[in-house]
Design a protein around this ligand. Structure first.
Ligand code: MN
Length: 307
């Protein structure tokens, strides 16, 4: 008999029905709903719940029609916010370790400061050197910002203090805003590659993607951090610190397609999505598209080399 339950498409569940408790799941997910470091407009703390809420409406396939059937996603829930910032980051770091056991860890921010404890966990989990791809309108390279070393404007300075990353293995894409101390830091580190949003416009994303892949050859694992403000506000209006003149969703998908195909990406975070600032969930939907394509890239690799 056809009941209202059976006429619903099978994917009308969390993570399109791929959610599982299986510790061998290809994908691990952790939400970090913290926006205590946001310097302008807040709301990123609502992103993990909004993104999950929309996943039953995400098609269980890649954009090219490759089925994701059989994919397993283990969602570890959120690291609930603690008013003690230092203690919170310690908890995030500890909770992230488990998620990093999966082929790909996906972290849902939160503002960009959450990448600080997440990369600490990543650094400890990686055997050997790791590389970092920072896709953002901003460098987040300030040593301190608004009196804190843990601001969302300081993320990459803290990452560069980790023991197993070298500056030449840090790549920026989408940049279109600089602070003086960041420019000074970059002048002292010419080995760090910065691909501005204008570079992407002038050279094309394929050329930039190939350059990033070449730069990160030789590292054992790669962490990709996607600040949604890398996208132009036309594609991602709901973010705390928007900057006009940015990347398209297409640019980011093409960049990541190249990166996932050629490098050992073990973690992807998507930060600074601020649902209260959104229109028709356009920004969350962009985040979900990137995440689901990443599912597809991992699924394709695991089909060839099952764990
Ligand atoms: Mn950022």
């Amino acid at each position: 008999m056809t009941t209202p339950d059976t006429i619903q498409p099978a994917h009308r569940h969390l993570w399109s029905g791929f959610s599982t408790d299986d510790p061998k799941a290809e994908i691990g997910v952790l939400g970090v709903p913290f926006d205590g470091a946001t310097s302008f407009r807040k709301g990123a703390s609502f992103a993990p719940s909004k993104i999950r809420e929309l996943t039953p409406h995400a098609s269980p396939s890649t954009e090219e029609g490759i089925s994701l059937a059989g994919l397993r996603v283990r969602d570890y829930g959120d690291v609930f916010v603690d008013l003690d910032w230092k203690r919170y980051f310690k908890t995030v770091e500890a909770r992230a370790q488990q998620v990093l056991n999966h082929h790909l860890a996906i972290f849902l921010g939160g503002d960009h400061s959450v990448t600080i404890p997440l990369t600490r966990a990543f650094s400890a989990a990686v055997n050997g050197k790791f590389g970092m791809i920072h896709i953002d309108a901003h460098l987040d390279l300030a040593d301190t910002f608004e009196g804190s070393r843990w601001s969302h404007a300081c993320t990459q300075r803290r990452v560069l203090e980790l023991p197993n990353i070298d500056p030449q293995h840090l790549a920026f894409v989408g940049i279109r805003s600089f602070m003086d101390d960041e420019s000074e830091f970059l002048a002292g580190h010419p080995e760090i590659e910065v691909h501005t949003a204008r570079d992407v416009h002038v050279q094309g994303i394929e050329k930039v993607a190939l350059s990033v892949v070449k730069q990160l050859q030789g590292v054992n694992a790669v962490y990709v951090t996607l600040d949604i403000d890398a996208l132009d506000p036309a594609y991602a209006p709901a973010t705390g610190t928007p900057e006009a003149g940015g990347l398209s969703t297409r640019d980011v998908l093409e960049l990541l397609r190249e990166v996932f195909s050629n490098l050992s990406v073990r973690a992807l975070d998507v930060v600074e999505v601020s649902p209260p600032l959104d229109h028709a969930d356009i920004t969350s939907v962009a985040a979900i598209k990137v995440i689901y394509e990443a599912f597809g890239w991992v699924h394709a690799k695991d089909s060839v080399n099952p764990q």
